[in-house]
Design a protein around this ligand. Structure first.
Ligand code: MBD
Ligand code: FE
Length: 260
């Protein structure tokens, strides 16, 4: 059999060369002995076999990609996509005058949350008909489709902003989230003395014609993990107030999308 030769791509070549250069620097600086090297390779192997490589990458690396790409630009700061987005969420529509309902189980456990958003362009123009994708964890702290008994698309859905660029969703208040800490990622956390917690957050993705897709998260004031998010996804402008309305909570945030 002839070996498949990957088509050369200058950018991929550049990135892989940088990767190997920095790995060599890392090994030189860490002065690993052979046993340590073998332990490291075993850990990386277990990480991959446990399916935790995307988790590990999104927790420890993705924030640096975002910071390098976006910090100085106008518009809402992106945050982590994370490992729990899945394609194919249902379109959720609302009755006139009613919020869009994200919960699929009639007796969904948790505190009811009404979340309102307004989407506009960097020039201030409201962005009607923007596709909004939303996903979050449930009251057991789990994301549907990942080690969860909930229906595959529970607390996941997409919808469109109205003529004023606004939307109103009914869901539940998300919980602070512990990343899986019983596998190789947990081992790593223990060695480097980090807790596994992320503050409670909503995941949102916005797509509008002529604009850069915005992938971001919303956090809530007072959350005890805001300052020490293990994945470093918190950005000040993404923190909003959770208002107590007696039988439910309400929160809102404005989102600004950049032109392409
Ligand atoms: C999450 O829920 C998440 O959003 C990220 C970025 C990483 C791990 C778990
Ligand atoms: Fe998340």
């Amino acid at each position: 059999m002839q070996k498949q030769v990957a088509k050369k791509n200058a950018r991929v070549e550049e990135v892989f060369n940088l990767f190997i250069t920095h790995m060599q620097e890392f090994l030189k600086e860490a002065k690993l002995n052979h046993e340590e090297y073998t332990n490291f390779v075993n850990w990386a192997d277990r990480l991959g076999r446990a399916g935790e490589l995307p988790l590990y990458a999104d927790v420890f690396l993705e924030t640096h990609v975002l910071r390098a790409m976006y910090t100085d630009k106008p518009g809402t700061q992106p945050s982590l996509l994370g490992p729990y987005f899945i394609e194919g969420s249902p379109l959720v529509e609302s009755e006139p005058g009613q919020p869009i309902v994200l919960t699929q189980r009639p007796d969904e456990d948790g505190e009811v949350l009404i979340f309102r958003g307004k989407v506009s362009s960097t020039d201030g123009m409201p962005l009607a008909n923007t596709r909004v994708e939303m996903w979050q964890n449930d009251n057991s702290g789990k994301y549907s489709a990942f080690d969860s008994d909930a229906p595959r698309y529970n607390l996941r859905g997409h919808f469109f902003t109205d003529e004023n660029g606004t939307f109103e969703v009914q869901s539940i208040v998300p919980l602070p989230y512990s990343i899986p800490d019983q596998g190789p990622t947990g081992e790593f956390l223990e060695y480097v003395d980090l807790h596994p917690m992320r503050p409670a957050h909503l995941h949102l993705m916005f797509e509008a014609d002529g604009h850069e897709t915005l992938i971001t998260q919303v956090f809530f004031e007072g959350d005890q993990w805001l300052e020490s998010d293990v994945a470093d996804g918190v950005r000040t402008e993404l923190i909003t107030k959770l208002e107590d309305k007696g039988d439910h909570k309400e929160a809102s945030l404005d989102f600004v999308m950049r032109r392409e």
